[in-house]
Design a protein around this ligand. Structure first.
Ligand code: 5GP
Length: 195
């Protein structure tokens, strides 16, 4: 068992492919687990409570904020999203390394609280490609899509705050790069512990 779990934070604009890349990364590196966030966003078809997110209503979410239940939380595209302390504690106790797929505000909070966390930013090859992917995904209304695109530009401007930037030009290549980053960071962690 790994006694020194590591936190990897993955961010990037909506439609950059964070979900797909993270799923593939988890398949390739079984010692990783994805942290399940809480949100007030309504579930998309096929999303399961407790697996994709913990779906809370706004009152429940705010109660958790007031109780100090979140490691970090943020308002993203008009909904609340957050990482529950209790959930992360449980994930750590599994001995696995934790991947948090969270927005740029959440990533900054995590880096502040856990400076050893590794921050990875996923970029689409271009804004045009991002528009195309979001339209094909077809999970947002036109207004939501506009909001996500507007936020994408702000988010891309913050990529410089991350330890790594991975361009999702090709899923297989990008996953290889992610696996390489995770393995290198784990090795670095281990050799630090050996010294
Ligand atoms: P979606 O609605 O597409 O699932 O996620 C929208 C955005 O919320 C994404 O950028 C995603 O990374 C972010 N997000 C998901 N969970 C969290 C969280 O726990 N905290 C923060 N700060 N952002 C999150």
């Amino acid at each position: 068992m790994d006694s020194d779990p590591k936190v990897f934070v993955i961010s990037g604009p909506s439609g950059a492919g964070k979900g797909t890349l993270t799923d593939e990364l988890l398949k390739r590196v079984p010692s990783l687990t994805r942290s399940v966030s809480a949100t007030t966003r309504k579930p998309r078809p096929g999303e399961v409570n407790g697996v994709d997110y913990y779906f809370l209503d706004e009152d429940e979410f705010k109660d958790r904020i007031f109780q100090g239940g979140f490691l970090e939380w943020a308002m993203v595209h008009g909904n609340y999203y957050g990482t529950l302390k209790s959930v992360v504690k449980e994930e750590f106790s599994s001995g696995k390394d934790v991947v948090m797929v969270i927005d740029v505000q959440g990533a900054a909070s995590i880096k502040e609280k856990m400076p050893e966390a590794v921050l990875i930013f996923i970029e689409p090859p271009s804004i045009a490609e991002l528009v195309q992917r979001l339209k094909l995904r077809n999970t947002e209304t036109t207004a939501e899509l506009q909001e996500r695109l507007k936020n994408a530009e702000t988010e891309m401007g913050l990529a410089g705050n991350y330890d790594y930037v991975v361009i999702n030009d090709d899923v297989e290549r990008a996953v290889d790069e992610l696996v390489g980053i995770v393995k290198a960071e784990k090795r670095a962690n281990k050799s630090e512990g050996d010294n």
